[in-house]
Design a protein around this ligand. Structure first.
Ligand code: KG4
Ligand code: ZN
Length: 337
């Protein structure tokens, strides 16, 4: 099996890429929808329509970039969930139709598995199983023990907001743009992260779950009483609180599992402060996707699809799941519970 086309449409990024065995990602394009910024969050109906508009042309372009005809593809992988149902359906219908037209299998990929496996795309990094993965995106915050492809055990997750969501909401409170993570990080870089005290949610409780809603409330109340000129200090203190909370839980997860390697993936893994803090807390143990592949993209879907296809996976029907627990992907038998 040589070349797999990957299609990502779970939210507001349209991503298309080709993964080729032995060569890695040979062509890739991502289109980030801009219309949502005016609404301060992703509008599902707008997202679906934009995917419809962009996807066919992007598939043509990516195949041309890869110097492939559709018939040269060995499989077509697509994000089947979790995500916005209408947006997912655009990618799923397109992928299944294309696969049927060329007589190849379509492969339904779990979006978070795409993120989780993306650090393997950097073969020079030398990542190998087993590892602990911290998945931090706009919709998810979880720690997963990864023994092999498909052998996932949930160690902990957020009880309320996801880390990226906390960044997005804080950005909105600070009057910054969407998506909020990069905007908060930019403002935080000019601020004093010690000026205001912030809670470190749940770090004193045992276990590996997260909660960010208390931090969000704290930040909202603080913003209500400080001068806008001090917003950079608020952003810096908030970012530091999120980063430190994540670092504490990651270190705890490695201790509990007695594993040596930590993978960080999902949009928030692009955060430079988080990367720096993890690198200094766990030197030589942390693996990231390439920066460009932290946020949603087609490359991670093509790559995960290639692994799943190698296992013989084939999904002929158009089916998507807006909610889809990662742990349902497989029931590993060799993991201690
Ligand atoms: O993985 P992703 O692109 O989409 C989902 O699957 O949700 O993650 C998007 C999330 C957004 O909440 C965004 O604000 C956050 O990742 N994000 C960041 C950074 N870049 C993206 N958060 C903090 N710092 C960043 N540099
Ligand atoms: Zn994502």
């Amino acid at each position: 099996m040589q070349s797999v086309l990957g299609i990502e449409t779970s939210c507001d990024e349209t991503g298309v890429a080709v993964y080729r065995a032995g060569a890695g990602i040979v062509a890739e394009r991502v289109y980030t929808q801009a219309d949502h910024a005016a609404y301060g969050g992703v509008v599902p109906e707008l997202a679906s329509r934009d995917h419809v508009r962009k996807l066919p042309g992007m598939i043509h372009q990516v195949l041309a970039d890869a110097e492939l005809a559709p018939a040269d593809l060995d499989a077509v992988a697509y994000t089947a969930g979790p995500g916005l149902a209408g947006a997912l359906l655009v990618g799923a219908a397109t992928a299944v139709a294309l696969a049927a037209a060329i007589g190849r299998p379509a492969i339904a990929v779990h979006h978070m598995e795409g993120h989780l496996l993306s650090p393997l795309l950097d073969v020079d990094a030398g990542l190998d199983f087993p590892f602990v993965a911290l998945l931090v995106s706009g919709g998810h915050t979880m720690l997963v023990e990864v023994r092999a492809i498909g052998a996932y055990r949930l160690l902990g997750e957020t009880l309320d907001d996801a880390a990226g969501e906390a960044f997005d909401k804080t950005a909105r409170l600070l009057g910054l743009g969407f998506p909020g993570g990069p905007e908060v990080a930019r403002l935080a870089a000019t601020g004093d992260d010690q000026r205001y005290a912030f809670p470190r949610p749940m770090v004193n409780r045992p276990g590996l779950d997260f909660s960010f809603s208390g931090l969000k409330t704290h930040t909202r109340l603080l913003i209500g009483r400080v001068d806008p000129a001090d917003h950079a200090d608020v952003a810096a203190g908030f970012e530091r609180a999120v980063v430190e909370t994540l670092v504490i839980k990651c270190r705890r997860a490695l201790q509990q599992t007695r594993l040596q390697r930590l993978v960080i993936a999902g949009g928030v893994s692009a955060n430079r402060r988080l990367r720096a803090a993890l690198d200094s807390a766990l030197p030589g143990q942390v693996y990231y996707p390439p920066l460009a592949l932290c946020t949603d993209n087609g490359a991670m879907i093509a790559h995960a699809g290639w692994h799943r296809r190698r296992e013989g996976r084939c999904d002929g029907q158009i089916s998507v799941r807006a909610r889809w627990p990662l742990t349902e992907l497989s029931v590993p038998t060799d993991l201690p519970t």
